[in-house]
Design a binder for this molecule. Structure first.
Ligand SMILES: *Cc1c(COP(=O)(O)O)cnc(C)c1O
Length: 426
């Protein structure tokens, strides 16, 4: 009955076993063809908009091979830190292809962002001073708006990841926004943008159209009240993916069309023109990344446990947000046993699934944890001295390439006081 609730996997059990031989488990594998298809679906949906750019949120998958692939497809990046800026720059992305959307920003980060020509997206009106002091005011500046209240179809947009807008630390109020545009014009800014990200992981097809309506109205108001023509609106990320097999994916083409209608009514209808930027992370790579892990043991106590060689250090989302990630026991079918799937951290939230009915697994079976391509490996950490796993890229021809090796003890110990006499035998 539940078998139609399976998720597809772009590789076979045989391939996964070969990769385990070569690289060991756990590892992430990303499906290049899937990423290509999703990027072109986004670009097609917004092809009506001159200047449309998807600035991939680097934090979702900060690996050069992935960023280069996205750059080759015409994407830019959205960065929030010095390292993400350096990564973008070294993957050939700089200038207006890079959005720098940060908060509580360091002077060093402003300097780096300005030095590579990234578009600075100011999180707050008080940041104008900080930007000016640390890097000077560039001629293009974007401002991040927090609407305080944001409803999609009459419901307050809230998520486990971001909370509601009134509770979110990002962006400035409308009054501050207008004041900031005025101040920046005084300081010589020539090109303006407007940014707002009001939801996370939204599967509601009306999210972007609703956001667009609100933002386009601000564009008009800024023009009318201040005489400033905002040149681009950045919708942030926030389009969700169906983590659960019974959920439907969003129809990006329909979303693009709906935004187009709002655009024609509010923007084009008044003889204005704005480019649209998106900063989709999860939507672009999320479904195309798989965490592959091997079963290393079983426990039968008050509950049934399946132990695997990946931990929350490799994929934190279930521990962090109680997020659902679908799991396939590769090569097996049926729903035979209700289990918790666990890693080996000394933290009881180190569970990839709780009370999940899975086929009966055996020692050495390969488990595939789905939809781990965004905010997966990148959110990893080193608690308990566990090391994060490596990453493979599956080419459209079916071969894989190691794009990030797994961490070693040397990596883990590299930050200890260099003067201290510390040696070890692995
Ligand atoms: C995290 C983030 C994104 C990407 O969010 P997704 O949910 O991956 O689409 C985009 N923009 C900003 C400013 C973010 O903080």
């Amino acid at each position: 009955m539940e078998n139609k609730l399976q998720k597809t996997i772009p590789f076979s059990l045989q391939q996964a076993m070969q990769w385990r031989e070569r690289f060991g488990t756990p590892f992430y594998v990303y499906d290049e063809q899937g990423i290509r298809n999703t990027v072109s679906s986004v670009q097609r949906a917004f092809s009506w908009n001159r200047g449309f750019t998807e600035c991939f949120a680097v934090k979702a998958t900060p690996t050069p091979a992935i960023l280069r692939l996205l750059a080759s497809l015409g994407c830019g990046t959205d960065c929030a830190s010095v390292s993400e800026l350096v990564l973008s720059d070294s993957c050939g992305l700089s200038g207006r292809k890079v959005m720098f959307t940060s908060n509580e920003t360091s002077e060093e980060a402003y300097r780096k962002a300005v030095s590579i020509g990234a578009i600075i997206n100011l999180d707050d009106i008080t940041q104008i001073e900080n930007l000016e002091r640390s890097a000077g005011i560039p001629d293009t500046v974007c401002l991040r708006y927090n609407p305080g209240k944001f409803e999609i179809q009459g419901k307050n947009a809230t998520s486990a990841i971001m909370g509601s807008q009134a509770d979110s630390k990002y962006g400035m109020t409308k009054t501050q926004l207008f004041e900031a545009y005025g101040i920046l014009r005084e300081k010589g800014v020539k090109h303006f943008g407007l940014h707002c990200m009001a939801a996370s992981c939204s599967l509601d097809a009306s999210y972007y159209p609703t956001l667009a309506e609100m933002m386009f109205n601000i564009v008009v108001e800024v023009k009318e009240k201040l005489g400033i023509e905002i040149e681009f609106t950045d919708f942030g990320g926030g389009i969700g993916i169906p983590y659960r097999p019974e959920q439907e994916p969003v129809d990006i083409e329909a979303i693009g069309k709906a935004v187009h209608e709002v655009y024609d009514r509010i923007i084009a209808g008044r003889g204005l023109e704005v480019s649209i930027y998106t900063e989709l992370g999860r939507f672009v790579t999320g479904p195309h990344g798989y965490l592959v892990t091997s079963v290393r043991g079983f426990k039968h106590i008050y509950k049934e446990y399946v132990g695997v060689d990946a931990t929350a250090c490799d994929l934190m989302r279930p521990a962090m947000y109680g997020a659902y990630h679908h799991i396939t026991v590769l090569g097996k079918e049926g729903n035979e046993l209700k289990v918790d799937v666990c890693g080996s951290l000394c933290e009881n939230n180190d569970k990839f699934a709780i009370d999940r009915v899975l086929p009966m697994a055996q020692l050495g079976d390969i488990l595939v944890i789905h939809d781990a391509g965004a905010h997966g490996r990148s959110m990893g950490y080193n608690y308990n001295g566990f090391m994060r796993c490596g990453e493979l890229l599956l080419s459209p021809r079916g071969d894989v390439r190691l794009i990030r090796r797994s961490e070693s003890l040397d990596d883990l110990f590299a930050t200890f006081d260099v003067d201290e006499d510390f040696s070890y035998d692995a």
